[in-house]
Design a protein around this ligand. Sequence first.
Ligand SMILES: [Zn+2]
Length: 64
Amino acid sequence: MSSPDQIQICKVCGARVAAEKQVCPKCGSPLPEHKIAWYKNLTPTEIFLLILGSIMLMVALVAV
Ligand SMILES: [Zn+2]
């Protein structure tokens, strides 16, 4: 799977900069903080546990 969103464009000089960079290497201007959705950092196991956890919570709420 390729991730085309690993690149951001500097708004000042238009350079293509790696998404994790916080300063443009070409013109030195600060780049806006790259917000990665929190769930993208989760492993499949963590996502499964998260879903399982919310199901358990719903069951608990219904049971009580
Ligand atoms: Zn730049």
